[in-house]
Design a protein around this ligand. Structure first.
Ligand SMILES: [Zn+2]
Length: 445
C-alpha cells in the first residue's frame, strides 16, 4: 500500500517534474541498492556446471533484501516459493481503483561467476560511470531502477488508479519459469501489462523498447555407425567391398546429416521471415560435434556421432511446429540413405524458449514508447519510431502466453551481459526509472 496521505490524479507535467527531481535526488540510494544486491550471490543453482548446494538460497536472500527496500517505499510484499529455497518476491502498491495494473518484472538470479578483472564477483567496483559486478547489468540495475521509480512515486504522493506490482523472480537464466514468473502469476498476482527492465541500453541506443524476440530450441541429433578397423575403409566405401556390412563410419553419416540441416537452413532464409527481423535472422547453428567409438581413437570406425544444435525461429510459430519440421526434414533425408533408413536418426529435444511478441501498435507499446522517448530526451537521447526485437530471451514470453502484453526496456547493456566483466552505466538507472514512472502514469492512471 502507498503510504502517501494525499490522493489525487496526476497533474501530468507538474507531477513529472516532481518525479524527475525525486528520481535524480535518490539515484545514489538506487546505486547503493544495486551494490547491496550484487553483494548477495544469487547465482541460479540449476545451471549446468554450477554447484547447486553452494548457491541454493541466494535468490531468496537477494529477494528478502529487496523486500526490505520495497516495504520502506510503501509496498506490501509477498514471497512466492514454488521451489524450496528459491523464493520470488512480489511487491504491491494498490491503486485507487478503476485503472489498469502494471508489473515491473526482474529476475534476481544471475549466471555463474567467471574469471574476470576483479577477484570478487560479488563486490561491486565503480570505475567512472561503470559499476562492475556479477548481475550488475543482467539485471540487478533493473531492480534498482524499479525501486527508484516506486520510491519517487511514494515521495511525490502520486496515486495511480491501477495497481503497480514488482515481480522479482528466480530461475530466469535457465528458463525455469514454472518456479519463477509463471509461479508468481499462478499465485494470483496477475496484471494487465508487464515491463521488464532487462538490458537494452547499448552505446548510443539508450533504453530500446523490445516487443519481440526469436524463439529458440536446443537439441541434439545422434547417428549410429558400425565399428571396425580403420584399414577396412576401402572395403566399406569402395566398389568391390562389402559396404555397410564391413563397417559404417558415423562421421560420414554425420556429414550427411549436417548437409541436410544446412539445406533446411538455406530454405529458412526464405520461409522463416518476420517484418521486425532482418532477412536471414533465423538460423540452425551447429555448436558441438562429437564422434568416436566411446573413446577418442583414430584407428577405428567411430560408431556414434552427435551434434548439438541451437536454432532460432520467428514469432508466430511454436516450438512444437519447429520440432516437427526439423524431424520431418531430417527423417525424409535419412530415407534416401540405406543405412540411415535402417538406423534412424535419434533426436533429443533439450530445451526451448518460446518466441515473444506484443503488438507494436498496441496501447501498451505506444505508452511505453512515448515514455521511453520522453525519458531519454532528458539526457539527449534520440527518439525511436517504435519498438524492435530483443537480442535475448526474457520472461516476456510467459506473460504473453497468458495474453498479457509485455515489453523489455532497461538500463543494462546486453553486450556485456553474461560476460566476465559485466558492468552497467549507473547513470542509466535514473533514466530507466523516469521511463518506468512515465509508463506507469500512462498506463495505470
Ligand atoms: Zn537477464
Amino acid at each position: 500500500m502507498s503510504s502517501s496521505v494525499t490522493s489525487r490524479r496526476p497533474e501530468h507535467d507538474a507531477d513529472l517534474m516532481a518525479l524527475d527531481a525525486l528520481i535524480d535526488a535518490h539515484a545514489g540510494e538506487a546505486e547503493q541498492l544495486l551494490v547491496e544486491l550484487v553483494g548477495v550471490p544469487s547465482v541460479n543453482p540449476v545451471q549446468p556446471g554450477v554447484d547447486a548446494g553452494a548457491y541454493r538460497g541466494g535468490e531468496t536472500r537477494a529477494n528478502e533484501l529487496l523486500g526490505e527496500w520495497l516495504r520502506r517505499s510503501g509496498m506490501e510484499t509477498h514471497l512466492v516459493e514454488a521451489d524450496q529455497g528459491r523464493a520470488n518476491l512480489v511487491g504491491v502498491r494498490a491503486g485507487t481503483g478503476g485503472g489498469r495494473s502494471l508489473a515491473f518484472n526482474g529476475h534476481i538470479d544471475t549466471v555463474a561467476p567467471q574469471r574476470g578483472r576483479f577477484a570478487d564477483p560479488w563486490k561491486a567496483e565503480r570505475e567512472g560511470n561503470l559499476l562492475y559486478g556479477l548481475g550488475a547489468t543482467d539485471m540487478k540495475a533493473g531492480h534498482a531502477a524499479m525501486w527508484l521509480a516506486v520510491e519517487a512515486l511514494r515521495r511525490a504522493g502520486v496515486e495511480l488508479a491501477g495497481d503497480l506490482q514488482i515481480h522479482s523472480v528466480v530461475g530466469e537464466e535457465t528458463m525455469s519459469h514454472q518456479v519463477g514468473t509463471s509461479a508468481v502469476l499462478d499465485a494470483g498476482f496477475t496484471v494487465d501489462a508487464a515491463l521488464i527492465p532487462e538490458p537494452t541500453s547499448t552505446g548510443e541506443r539508450l533504453l530500446q523498447v523490445a516487443n519481440t524476440a526469436a524463439g529458440n530450441y536446443l537439441f541434439s541429433v545422434t547417428v549410429r555407425g558400425r565399428s571396425t578397423h580403420w584399414a577396412s575403409r576401402g572395403l566399406a566405401i569402395r566398389a568391390g567391398g562389402g559396404g555397410d556390412s564391413v563397417g559404417v563410419n558415423a562421421i560420414d553419416k554425420a556429414v550427411y546429416v549436417y548437409n541436410a540441416m544446412r539445406q533446411l537452413e538455406e530454405q529458412w532464409a526464405f520461409s522463416k521471415v518476420h517484418p521486425q527481423f532482418p532477412p536471414g535472422a533465423f538460423i540452425i547453428h551447429p555448436g558441438v560435434l562429437h564422434a568416436d567409438i566411446g573413446f577418442p581413437a583414430a584407428p577405428y570406425f567411430p560408431d556414434r556421432a552427435r551434434f548439438d544444435y541451437l536454432l532460432s525461429f520467428p514469432p508466430g510459430e511454436t516450438s512444437e511446429q519447429i520440432r516437427a519440421e526439423v524431424e520431418g526434414h531430417l527423417t525424409t533425408a535419412a530415407s534416401l540413405d540405406p543405412w540411415l533408413r535402417e538406423h534412424p536418426i535419434e533426436f533429443e529435444w533439450i530445451d526451448t524458449w518460446p518466441p515473444a511478441y506484443t503488438d507494436p501498435a498496441s496501447e501498451f507499446a505506444r505508452a511505453a514508447m512515448a515514455a521511453r522517448n520522453d525519458a531519454v530526451a532528458g539526457v539527449g537521447g534520440a527518439a525511436l519510431d517504435g519498438p524492435g526485437p530483443n537480442g535475448a530471451q526474457s520472461d516476456a514470453s510467459f506473460y504473453e502466453a497468458r495474453g498479457i502484453p509485455a515489453l523489455v526496456c532497461g538500463p543494462g547493456d546486453l553486450l556485456v551481459a553474461h560476460a566476465a566483466d559485466e558492468a552497467v552505466n549507473v547513470e542509466m538507472i535514473p533514466v530507466a526509472a523516469k521511463m518506468m514512472v512515465r509508463t506507469a502514469l500512462g498506463w495505470c492512471a
